[in-house]
Each structure stands twice: as structure tokens, then as C-alpha cells.
Design a protein around this ligand. Sequence first.
Ligand code: ATP
Ligand code: MG
Length: 286
Amino acid sequence: MKVIDVRNVYLKYPSSKEATIKGISFDVKQGEIFGFLGPSGAGKSTLQKILTGTLRNYRGSVRVFETEVKHRTSNYYENIGVDFEFPNFYGKFTAIENLKYFASLYSHKTADPMELLKKVGLHHDADKLVSSYSKGMKMRLGFVRALLHDPKLLFLDEPTSGLDPANARILKEMILEEKRNGKTIILTTHNMHDAEELCDRVAFIVEGTIKAIDAPHAMHKSSADTKVEYSYLDKGKEIQRVCMLSDLGTSVEFQCALKNAALTSIHSKEQTLEDMFIALTGRKLQ
Ligand SMILES: Nc1ncnc2c1ncn2[C@@H]1O[C@H](COP(=O)(O)OP(=O)(O)OP(=O)(O)O)[C@@H](O)[C@H]1O
Ligand SMILES: [Mg+2]
């Protein structure tokens, strides 16, 4: 079942000369983690704001749960959870007060805020004012706020940016747990490792257009592109060579080194998602 269906969408900010989103189409099925991957300024957050109903002056069609987002009602937010790139909280309230307040905005049952804080290691800081929170603490708080009402569809904009590796890992495990529970997730990132680890499919976004959509492993596991680096000893001297994996079986030099037990190292260099991104878009991710 399609949860999101986007057809030929354009968006121009009133203050800009040119459109920021230029004819984007894609769909997302239920239970998928779908990534927006692209360099800074590509339009990822703008696209997310269109999908979450914040920016409604778009052209084209954006259907979420079979409803045109432009015509959404406030009910829309009962089914979606949004973790913003720059989460806003009431700084003069504590973390737990903030979560309780946001929970009160939903009409159906919400999760225990303390349990959520515990999951992201913030339970000891529950009674601190959010104004005293660090960036990473606010990011974690923003993430659990999006989960409060157990939404069917989650939008996560750079959820791990600025987090230390241990906290990033906790969030990534929680994202995968949401997927196991049947949730659909849109994940915006310029971190190719996160995209690779979490996403079923990623869209490469550059300058407001989608250059490619596929599963991360399908994008870079083509063995035709895999290189092998090896070195071997020849009369006491180390020789280093690079060869395509597909040519290894017919390489006389490699076969000789192998037969003479002269190999000193061998490793394959698969194309990374970033290599593919550069090849397809001519742009770097960062
Ligand atoms: N409110 C706005 N008014 C005018 N232009 C905007 C506005 N918000 C974003 N833009 C422009 O739209 C383009 C895309 O911005 P967007 O925030 O969607 O990029 P992004 O892919 O999320 O980047 P990043 O990885 O840095 O978060 C940028 O050129 C940005 O300057
Ligand atoms: Mg962004």
C-alpha cells in the first residue's frame, strides 16, 4: 500500500527567484524507511515541510494516506510524527513538562513521556529546563516528541546530526524498532552511512530534483565497479597493484603472485554510496 504519492511537485519560496523543488515524483510504501540524501541546500527539508503540510503553496500532487496534503485538516497530525531539523520547545519549561504539553494536543492515547525519555537516556534530566539543554539533548527530546502519539508515519530530519556515536546508535536502533512495528519513515540526511544502514530506498536529491531512487545496496554493490588492491613481493621488493574484481581471474600478474605465495595483502574496494552519489550527480554529499 502506498502511504505517500508525490507527482511532479514544484515549490518556489516567495522570496526566491527560482523554484527550490523542481518537478519531484516518488512514492513510499507502508513499512518502508525512505531516505532523502543530498548535499546542503538541495531541498530535503523543504520537501519534508511540503509532506508535513507546513508549506502548502506547491504545484503538483502530494498525497499522504490518500489525501492531498494541501487540503489537510488538523486531524492529519494525529497520524504523523515530525522531528524537525531545529526542534522548538518551551525553554522555560522542563523536558517532561514540554512532552506532557505536546501529548495533550493529541486526541488519542499517548506514550508515557518518562518512558520515552528513559529510552534516549534523558530521564535524569527530565526536570531540567529545556533552555539548559545541549544541542544533542534537544535533538533527542525532539526525536521522542515525534513518537509520543505512536504515529503511523514518521518524518525525521537529520535525527542523528550532532549526536555522539553512542546516542546516534540508540536513535538508529529506535528507528529500526519503529520499522519493525510497521511504521513508515521518511529520513532526511546527508550522512551516507545512516542512509545505508537504515533506508530501504534512498532518493538522491540535488538542486531540487531527484537524480536517482533505489535501494542503497543496489546503488553500490555492482561488482563490475569493485576494485581490488593487492601487493606482492618480487625479488624482495613490494609491488602494489589495483585491478577490477571482474578481471582478477584473468590477470597473469595476480595469478603468478598467488601461485608463488608472494601476495602480502589483498582487499576489495567496493563503491560507496558516496562514490555513486558523485558519479550520478557530479556533486559531493557534504
Ligand atoms: N524560507 C525560505 N525562504 C527562501 N528560501 C529558502 C527558505 N528555506 C529554505 N530556502 C532555500 O531553499 C534551498 C533548500 O533549502 P533546504 O533547507 O530545503 O535544504 P536542505 O537540503 O534541507 O539542506 P541542509 O542539508 O543544509 O539541511 C536553499 O537554497 C535554501 O536557502
Ligand atoms: Mg535540511
